[in-house]
Design a protein around this ligand. Sequence first.
Ligand code: NAD
Ligand code: UD1
Length: 338
Amino acid sequence: MRILVTGGTGFIGSHTVVELLENGYDVSIVDNLCNSSAVVLDRIKQITAKTANFHKIDLLDKVALDGIFESERFDCVIHFAGLKAVGESVKEPWKYYNNNLVGTLNLIDSMSRHGVKNLIFSSSATVYGSPKVVPITEEHPKGNCTNPYGQTKSMIEQILTDIHKADGEWNIVLLRYFNPIGAHPSGLIGEEPNGTPNNLMPFITQVAIGKLPELGIFGSDYDTKDGTGVRDYIHVVDLAKAHVKAMKKIFDNAGLEIYNLGTGKGYSVLEVVHSFEEATGIKIPYSFKPRREGDIAACYASADKAKKDLGWVAEYGIKEMCLHSWNFQKLNPNGYGE
Ligand code: NAD
Ligand code: UD1
């Protein structure tokens, strides 16, 4: 079976390509490399001893995208490609709506015209907005997304839901990721943030390696166990494995399904810092800063539905997440070096 992975050289996509290849699937990747490096392709080969077909194509280039569907036959598409920087999306909303929405619409059009109607989409816990209750189940109503990035996820979910409603031949799984961190245990692939990281774990690893002087902790007066924000961190390899399970569900004629992908456990910022220090033996200097705009106090998943329907549970704990994030940073101090 051949799977098309859009955004397959990115952080989550590359780990998923590894899992797909290791599970015997043939893989084709489409990525324009706007937030990733072609070096990833060699790294994937080093890990798996297998090669994925690579097409350096922008999803906005409808003709080129369609060309791939003319030349290859896909059984399923896993759609990661998108822009994901929350702050940038506030400053440049058009870019986000254009890239994420038009890219997805072009993809659906090509899929539809070539009779490929199996799709897994990378959504986010951001669609829940500020949760009314935690843990968050899939039935939790969608909330107010405070930024254009989150809006694109919510809108694409709606578009895909309507497409499935109109044509029951589509099998679509919407995966709502919580907070992916970690890296492949080999240290060969991982997360390479662009510029100063916005997210917690890449910031911590850059402090650990000496690129940044200290971590600023955004808010110490939240209504949480120690006043700092609580999130559901999930190891990217566990997340990648969930895609393989979700694909099996698709081949069983899933219809339209939504799954949270998290561990079900919430860790505060201070707990993450201390876990990192324990796992690596490296001290992380920090100071408290005001709350970051748009942040919520606590967000963690009920992952029961994925366990029941997909037989998937996250296996790695916070210690391995920290250790593997650090391992990637240590082995690749300048990222993929391009
Ligand atoms: P990433 O930036 O590492 O990967 C996305 C990939 O898509 C990149 O390789 C980029 O070059 C490519 N891309 C972007 N626009 C494209 C276009 N128009 N045409 C072709 N390629 C394009 O991001 P990631 O962390 O791997 O995230 C993957 C998906 O998961 C994204 O849709 C993201 O919004 C979603 N998601 C990520 C997180 C997270 O914390 N990382 C959380 C929730 C959801
Ligand atoms: C952020 C995005 C969210 C996106 C998710 C995964 C915002 C407002 N939200 O979520 O839309 O889906 O990333 O990509 O950007 N923290 C610090 N100091 C830092 C960085 C983070 O204290 O330097 C804290 C945050 O306040 C939060 C926690 O660490 O409590 C996790 O932050 P982060 O990794 O940015 O993820 P989210 O805020 O959950």
